[in-house]
Design a protein around this ligand. Structure first.
Ligand code: GLN
Length: 254
């Protein structure tokens, strides 16, 4: 039987707008296919070891929570998380989590929140908040007739920019994305996926959840080939309703 360990970083501090739903979606989609999941909270003072983790999830937080964890992150976990990123472990980081993986985050009132520098991106707080539902198009999800559209919800004052070693996760179709200016949403580096989408992201976007599970199983098991499909008709209907509402167009696929 295949098994995966999902670590949830600071679940008590970084968990906005139902971010924990991402862990539930990953877990259920594995269990429905007979894949056993161990999920492990990793918070202040806990040890994080990349060797004991197949998928790392980091949710979003207010500037306040981000500042509470900075010492623990920098002193206790920075090297291990960077090692996980470089080793190609599967990582999903949402909003504040994405900002913390970057080089630095300067808040709208000029405070620097230290970040770990695992991904070549940086964030400047602005006086406006970028709030609302979001649709973006991910080329890596376009297969078997699926349109690659991902739906989410964003609420951030930070505007994020990427360096050359990182590619965007998608192109914004509706909403703001990373900064409301360059048309990009999120960032991908190796198997680290960063996004501004809360909401929760993965229950609404099963194709993205399965993409991450597939990468994690391929990392761990040389004989793993592909996930069997699930009945995602309810999720597909919800996703398509949101795409229609925000773009006026019909989505296609699950
Ligand atoms: N504190 C960050 C910002 O406002 C992140 C907020 C969030 O995770 N939603 O930009």
């Amino acid at each position: 039987m295949y098994e995966l360990t999902i670590c949830h970083l600071y679940p008590d501090l970084l968990n906005l707008y139902g971010d924990r739903g991402n862990i539930i979606a990953l877990t259920k989609r594995c269990e429905w296919r007979g894949i056993r999941v161990h999920s492990r909270p990793v918070s202040l003072g806990d040890r994080f070891s990349p060797d004991e983790c197949d998928i790392l999830f980091i949710g979003g937080g207010q500037d306040y929570e981000q500042s509470i964890i900075q010492d623990d992150l920098l002193k206790g976990k920075r090297e291990a998380i960077k090692e996980a990123v470089e080793a190609g472990k599967v990582i999903l980081a949402v909003c504040g989590g994405m900002q913390l993986l970057g080089r630095y985050y300067r808040t709208h009132d000029g405070k620097d929140i230290a970040c770990i520098g695992a991904v070549d991106l940086w964030t400047h707080g602005s006086h406006d908040r970028l709030i609302g539902n979001l649709v973006f198009e991910c080329d890596f999800l376009k297969k078997d007739g699926f349109d690659g559209l991902v739906v989410g919800f964003e609420n951030h004052s930070g505007k994020t920019w990427m360096g050359p070693g990182v590619r965007p996760m998608g192109k914004v179709i509706a909403g703001f994305g990373n900064n409301g200016e360059d048309g990009f949403e999120g960032a991908v580096y190796k198997n680290t996926y960063c996004t501004y989408s809360h909401g929760s992201l993965l229950p609404k976007n099963p194709a993205l959840a399965d993409h991450l599970i597939t990468l994690a199983l391929k990392n761990r098991y040389t004989d793993f080939e592909a996930l069997p499909p699930l009945d995602d008709s309810l999720e597909a209907a919800a996703r398509e309703a949101m795409i229609r509402r925000l773009t006026g167009k019909q989505g296609s696929g699950r």
